[in-house]
Design a protein around this ligand. Structure first.
Ligand SMILES: Cc1cc2nc3c(=O)[nH]c(=O)nc-3n(C[C@H](O)[C@H](O)[C@H](O)COP(=O)(O)OP(=O)(O)OC[C@H]3O[C@@H](n4cnc5c(N)ncnc54)[C@H](O)[C@@H]3O)c2cc1C
Length: 484
């Protein structure tokens, strides 16, 4: 091959950019990872957003998908400083009547806690968990012919349902509320086809392994990935915001850990008319409003399960969550939004000064919203934890527009790199033989705008790198599906 400055360049150092860079560097190529901001990590940064000594996860906080990731499991990340902490109660979902739905690590304990729905819960999850190790590798991949078609088909038939339809399996408000909170991670109306998928995956991931948080903050995942990458000889340059291909050193391949909107600006002139149109038609979903608190003490949840949970979902019943997700997807701001809250300092004493605590939360809002939802979110916490406002030392907030200013990948505050509805679940960012290839030879997309989509798992980056390795470097990397 003709000599270039680097074999490959990856633009953007989120989990997928890091994963792509590692996958190529592992093959002995020379890889440069470029990051526009002063520090690496994308959705994996942690900072003292409120007061000194309080470490807040700016974006992602809880990592079931990182723990389940076939790529991350194959890397020596603990040797590079990553330590996952697994709360025994993955998530709690309190209701107004004082009862609670609880997602434990244990399948049986979770089912038992759901009373009348014990059998329905076991019937739903036992088959999924039986096939989980194989299934998770199939799910975290682009469309392909599955190794275990029957297992995948069994899962797929349930996953394709709207969450509101699958909810009919359950009789109790506790099970239905718990289920709705899980499915609402889809960031879509729960009546949409395939919104059951994310709920099933998140609950199965809890029973298979748990919902961990990294000691020291989510940044620890980025640091471990970067440390491993540089130990292989990879190069990282920060403060390098790419706005044109002409800024880049020469290379055989460029992989963008960016979404279609930015890639069109940087490289659109290189694409075919058809591909350009496809990317222009790519759709983004709802945004988020994000809050972090420095607290004088742990959140005084009325329900003890909530005081023991890594994550607490605040939104009451299936009906209420369905209504609030529907409202924000149609451009309105709900008075009682579904709030996802994490309380990392309960499990990781490095997050706050002795005796003090942190909490992290967000709710879904219309794309590009600039509305301040802080009072509304705090009302939702106060609803289940009277006295919460009295323990707040300080707060930090980001509306959907500020989320995008913070990270240009979060278009209008969309944290999934584009809506993952049925039209874009498998074919993001465009319907093509390989979703990672652009129409220009040597240019690839490796961000969460490609399959399998949002979340911290690195599998978009891994699969994109695999594609580039084959196309450009004639390296046929054996699928992790076969090896892990
Ligand atoms: C508030 C919030 C909460 C979340 N919670 C969770 C959670 O608990 N668990 C979970 O699994 N996921 C969560 N996520 C989602 C998760 O963070 C993303 O899905 C994930 O980070 C996507 O990874 P990525 O590598 O595709 O892109 P990103 O992580 O967005 O990384 C892209 C990188 O590219 C850089 N960049 C952008 N443009 C340029 C340019 N032109 N030149 C150079 N660099 C550029 C950015 O600065 C960024 O570092 C959350 C996200 C947010 C915002």
């Amino acid at each position: 091959m003709e000599k270039r400055d680097f074999d490959a360049i990856v633009v953007g150092s989120g989990p997928n950019g890091l994963a792509a860079a590692i996958t190529m560097q592992q093959q002995g190529l020379s890889v440069l990872l470029l990051e526009g901001k002063e520090s690496i990590g994308g959705g994996l940064r942690t900072a003292e957003l409120t007061q000194p000594g309080f470490l807040h996860d700016i974006c992602s906080a809880i990592h079931p998908m990182a723990a389940a990731s076939p790529l991350f499991k194959s890397l020596p990340l603990s040797l590079h400083g990553l330590e996952f902490i697994y709360p025994k109660v993955s998530a709690a979902h309190p209701l107004d009547d004082g009862s609670v739905g609880v997602l434990h690590q244990s399948l049986e304990e979770t089912a038992q806690g759901l009373g009348l729905d014990q059998n329905a819960y076991l019937k739903l999850f036992r088959p999924i968990l039986k096939d989980w190790p194989g299934l998770v590798k199939e799910i975290l991949a682009p469309l392909h012919i599955p190794a275990k078609p029957f297992a995948l088909a069994g899962f797929g038939l349930k996953a394709l349902l709207p969450a509101t339809i699958l909810a009919k399996m359950f009789k109790t408000e506790q099970a239905r509320g718990l289920w709705a909170g899980m499915a609402a991670h889809a960031i879509q109306p729960l009546t949409n086809v395939s919104t059951a998928a994310i709920g099933l995956v998140l609950m199965a991931a809890s029973h298979a392994k748990g919902w961990p948080l990294p000691k020291g903050g989510s940044v620890a995942i980025a640091q471990a990935l970067a440390s491993y990458f540089t130990s292989l000889g990879g190069k990282i340059q920060t403060d390098f915001m790419v706005s044109s291909l002409s800024q880049l050193p020469s290379s055989h391949a460029v992989l963008f850990d960016l979404t279609p909107k930015q890639i069109l600006k940087i490289a659109g002139h290189e694409f075919s008319g058809t591909y350009k149109k496809q990317l222009q038609g790519y759709r983004y979903g709802m945004g988020v409003f994000k809050m972090d608190w420095a607290l004088n003490e742990p959140i005084p949840f009325k329900n003890s399960a909530c005081r023991a949970a890594g994550t607490v979902h605040l939104g009451n019943t299936l009906a209420e969550i369905t209504a609030s997700e529907q409202l924000s997807s149609t451009g309105k701001h709900p008075d009682k939004p579904f709030v996802l809250l994490a309380q990392q300092s309960l499990f990781d004493s490095t997050r706050a000064p002795a005796g003090k605590h942190t909490a992290w939360a967000y709710c879904h809002v219309p794309n590009n919203s600039d509305k301040d939802m802080s009072t509304t979110i705090e009302q939702q916490v106060e609803r289940y934890a009277p006295g919460f406002r009295d323990i707040i030392l300080d707060r930090h907030v980001m509306n959907a527009q500020q989320i995008e200013s913070y990270n240009p990948n979060y278009i209008g505050g969309d944290i999934n790199g584009g809506i993952a509805d049925i039209g874009q679940l498998f074919t993001r960012p465009a319907l093509r033989a390989s979703p990672y290839r652009t129409s220009k030879k040597g240019l690839y997309i490796c961000s969460s705008s490609t399959p399998p989509g949002g979340g911290v798992h690195g599998m978009c980056g891994y699969h994109a790198a695999r594609r580039a390795l084959k196309d450009i470097f004639n390296i046929n990397l054996k699928l992790l599906i076969d090896t892990v």
